[in-house]
Design a protein around this ligand. Structure first.
Ligand code: NAP
Ligand code: ZN
Length: 364
């Protein structure tokens, strides 16, 4: 057996863990920049963080203007605020958007990075503590920050081992008021991470074990996702499964589904997890043709006998599909075919394969 695994984030999981482990905030300095969106003021996560910082006598500045699919302008503004305030560390609260933005901000607080997408960052980055309030991206345990790239009309991942947060606090209570659509899309994103991670050329025994456990839990949550009714146990389970799937992609990366999905988000506004969910079953249909044994193994791990059964389970969760014109789909296939994720996939997806998946999934 041969593999490598690296994930240096300390995980603190449990009800009220932010307040109860306020001591863990204390080692990072006197001043924190809190990077978040608007919902953390309502779901209790911002109040818990402020209580923890206050208990340690630390000061903070709240930057709560991170939009979904964070822009370069929003992270530049965050970097400017961090410098002006003299922040010594960053606390990220929110879904993948604020958590990713915080990583870029923690870097921009220390480095100029004129063109953020071509810049090779050094490890000189402010330390970060992450508090997820969606259960999907796993950004709290990955070294990736995914930003909107207007020049290339897509979303681009910047990555650096220094973007791993120091600590992730996992408390499903922050998701009690998460809207049904966001709950579903983020759960599907986690599923996509676990499944694509298993298909990656970098998959190994440990990432497979993490992915299988994530998929087992997610399958058990399908009835709650279909009903739209969640106990605290469901919320905790979804968050744990999403973090496990994040631990998978931290080491394997994602594959062709994510590369195609970026166009559905950039050009059609499909939320990230929805974009992946629309494409996943047809992606696995092609995998079943090209690499039947591994495709079956992954589908079985997710609790499905075939891509058809998988498609039937996801369809009602995703509702009415986008219907996109053929010339657009051809362009998205071309764009996805040059994305670095394609080389990361153990099943080869050429431009024509990508077009087939797009056409069957969201063809108009
Ligand atoms: P998101 O864009 O962070 O949040 C979606 C919406 O949900 C926002 O309107 C947000 O509002 C709201 N929200 C968040 N938490 C809430 C809560 N507890 N209650 C009520 N509303 C809440 O969505 P996401 O799916 O978590 O993240 C998607 C982003 O992550 C994409 O940019 C994607 O590319 C990236 N991503 C990153 C990785 C990685 O490894 N780094 C992996 C996968 C995806 P506010 O923001 O205003 O609070
Ligand atoms: Zn994703």
């Amino acid at each position: 057996m041969q593999f490598q695994y690296y994930m240096p984030v300390r995980l603190v999981c449990g009800r009220d863990c932010v307040r109860e482990r306020a001591d863990l905030f204390s080692g990072f300095g006197k001043k924190a920049l809190i990077v978040t969106g608007k919902s953390s003021a309502k779901n209790g996560a911002l109040a818990d963080t402020e209580a923890a910082l206050s208990a340690n006598g630390q000061k903070w500045l709240v930057y709560d203007s991170i939009p979904p699919n964070p822009t370069v302008a929003s992270v530049r503004e965050g970097g400017r605020l961090a410098r002006g305030f003299g922040a010594e560390f960053v606390v990220a609260i929110g879904g993948g958007s604020p958590m990713d933005a915080a990583k870029a901000i923690a870097m921009l607080a220390k480095q100029e990075a004129e063109d953020i997408f071509s810049y090779s960052a050094t490890g000189d980055v402010l330390p970060m503590l992450h508090i997820p309030t969606t259960a999907g991206t796993g950004s709290e345990v990955t070294p990736y920050a995914i930003l909107t790239n207007d020049e290339k009309e897509t979303k681009t991942s910047i990555s650096n081992p220094a973007y791993f947060p120091k600590i992730a606090f996992l408390d499903g209570k922050y998701m009690r008021g998460l809207p049904q659509s966001t709950t579903v899309y983020t759960a599907v994103d986690a599923m996509s991470h676990a499944m694509e991670g298993m298909l990656s050329v970098r998959a190994g025994a440990l990432t497979d074990a993490l992915a299988r456990e994530s998929l087992r839990i997610l399958h058990g949550e399908l009835p709650a996702l279909a009903k739209g009714e969640y106990t605290d146990g469901d919320r905790d389970a979804l968050l744990y499964a999403a973090t496990l799937a994040g631990m998978v992609i931290a080491n394997t990366g994602t594959c062709a589904v994510h590369s195609m999905g970026y166009s559905l988000t950039y050009f059609h506004g499909a939320p990230h997890g929805r974009a992946n969910g629309l494409l996943l079953p047809e992606f696995f249909a092609v995998c079943e043709e090209k690499s039947p044994a591994r495709a079956k193994e992954i589908l079985h791990a997710a609790g499905f006998a075939s891509h058809k059964e998988f498609a039937e389970a996801l369809a009602p969760l995703l509702g009415k599909r986008e219907a996109i014109a053929d010339d657009r789909l051809r362009a998205y296939a071309r764009k996805a075919s040059v994305n670095k994720n394609i080389k990361n996939c153990s099943v080869f997806f050429g431009e024509e394969d990508l077009y087939r998946v797009l056409k069957r999934s969201v063809g108009g």
